[in-house]
Design a protein around this ligand. Structure first.
Ligand SMILES: Nc1ncnc2c1ncn2[C@@H]1O[C@H](COP(=O)(O)OP(=O)(O)OP(=O)(O)O)[C@@H](O)[C@H]1O
Ligand SMILES: O=P(O)(O)OC[C@H]1O[C@H](OP(=O)(O)OP(=O)(O)O)[C@H](O)[C@@H]1O
Length: 210
């Protein structure tokens, strides 16, 4: 008699990580078949429930144990300060979080805008810079162009957004890529399901990045 598979709840962020995350988890053997167009926010597929969240909410759902496992950018994870188990760098959605100003700007730095206020404050403190931090939600670079802020802390990948807006990257705060995150209690209680899944994902990631 074969045992029922252990129910598993996964947290994935909508946006650029979603598709690649679903594809990777499917290759690892999870039965994920999503309808092409749907306004549903969660899907039940066999023993797996998939939750579609905003990026910042993934560490919260995983830390509080609503989701057993999730995928999120290292940048968002570091900003959240949540204590989740992070067994794997999945290697996609690579980018860096950088300190950015208008090319040639020389004004004193009194205000810095970012979607990452905690990481920005820690960086300014480390550099001994006394500046106000303003949290914004998107198109962060505009803050530096409009005078809302003297500098911004934002993501850079190809650098084309910087180039198109006459901005320059002065320092990299951190490098980021998509990470697998796991609830610490689920790792113990669902060990026999989660450990082999993490190992399959580790092998797939090694094949793909190695
Ligand atoms: N240009 C980029 N190239 C590669 N990876 C990126 C890029 N921009 C962001 N990322 C990574 O992908 C993650 C998700 O980015 P995405 O653009 O989907 O979020 P978003 O739509 O800005 O999020 P939200 O509006 O929910 O805050 C980021 O946290 C980061 O780790
Ligand atoms: O160096 P690049 O390749 O130009 O990529 C960097 C841009 O990508 C992200 O923005 P996104 O396109 O996700 O828009 P957003 O500002 O709405 O998050 C990020 O916030 C930068 O603006």
């Amino acid at each position: 008699m074969s045992a029922e598979p252990t129910p598993l709840t996964l947290a994935l962020p909508k946006g650029r990580i979603f598709e690649e995350g679903v594809a990777l988890l499917s290759r690892a053997g999870l039965p994920l078949e999503l309808p092409e167009k749907s306004r549903a926010l969660q899907w039940h597929m066999g023993h797996v429930t998939l939750l579609e969240l905003r990026n910042q909410d993934v560490p919260v759902y995983v830390d509080l144990g609503i989701a057993d496992m999730g995928i999120v950018g290292k940048d968002v994870l570091a900003e959240s300060g949540r204590s989740v188990y992070e067994p794997l760098d999945l290697g996609f959605s690579r980018c860096r979080l950088s300190f950015i100003r208008e090319v040639g700007a020389t004004s004193p730095i009194a205000r810095v805008a970012s979607k990452y206020p905690n990481l920005t404050r820690a960086y300014l403190l480390e550099r001994g810079m006394l500046a106000e931090v303003v949290k914004l939600s998107g198109n962060i670079e505009l803050a530096a162009l409009t005078g809302l802020a003297d500098a911004v802390v934002d993501l850079v990948q190809t650098g084309s957004t910087l180039k198109a807006n006459n901005l320059e990257e002065l320092e990299v705060l951190m490098y980021s890529s998509a990470r697998l995150v796991v609830n610490r209690t689920a790792l113990k209680l669902k060990r026999e399901t989660l450990r082999p899944l993490i190992e399959r994902l580790r092998e797939l990631t090694a094949q793909e990045t190695g």
